[in-house]
Design a protein around this ligand. Sequence first.
Ligand code: KIV
Length: 281
Amino acid sequence: MKHTVTTIQAMRDNKETITMLTAYDYPTAKKVNDAGIDMILVGDSCAMVVHGHPTTLTATMDMMVLHCAAVARACDRTMVIADMPFGSFQYSIEDTMKNAARFITEAKVDGVKFEATPHHIEKTKAIVQMGIPVVGHVGLHPQAVGALGGLKVQGKDIDSARKVVSEALELQEAGAFAIIFEAVPAKLSDYVTRKLDVPTISIGGGPFCSGQLLVTPDVLGMYDNFTPSFAKQYQKFGEVMIDTFKQYKEEVLTGKFPGEEHSYKMSDEVLEAIEKEFGAA
Ligand code: KIV
């Protein structure tokens, strides 16, 4: 059965921890789905970890819709959430609603997430009123990397802690069905998790949230341009890939690949007829 807002809320109410990973393509999303992960975020981190840009700011609606559609096709169990890229929700409520709708109609995802600040609460309400499940995002907003002066922990001092708490409360009030806490102190996300009725999902928000999220290329060891301290690498697939490609090159150069089992056969008569028609090679 596919996860919905109802099953995710029930997990939180029953104190079952929610698991979430990012994915950007069909084969990876299928493995995440088959592994029983509850939710996928098709993050705008895609701009960095898939497209090689230095920040998330260059993700576009067309880029995100394409990746979201591939991921959604792979998931018959995992709930798929599209991340609204920079510029897709900052201009107007109408624009935000149209862009959120594109993710539902074109990509067929189950909900959207955006880095809503208090300036965007009306937009959150508008999308919720369209019937689209919305995930909020507090703490570090990577789309504000320029204004923040880097990808830094948020909520350590009283002013920024107040901001995290009030934004989370406003997002819940606006109808967000879950809220991501990125790079905030564990004690703060623990406090807010106990205050809120909706599930909280941590990515660098400590162990006390209702669920955990990581960026899949970090988990697999496939992206090393930037690794946040909260990320955990479970595998070194990047190294496995380099070894594999080297082995392939070696086999091609030494003639070990392709072997007979990788080649198609034809009868001698056909080749003889070809030689007769076109001359010997
Ligand atoms: O784009 C992304 O992967 C995200 C997570 C880091 C929350 O927004």
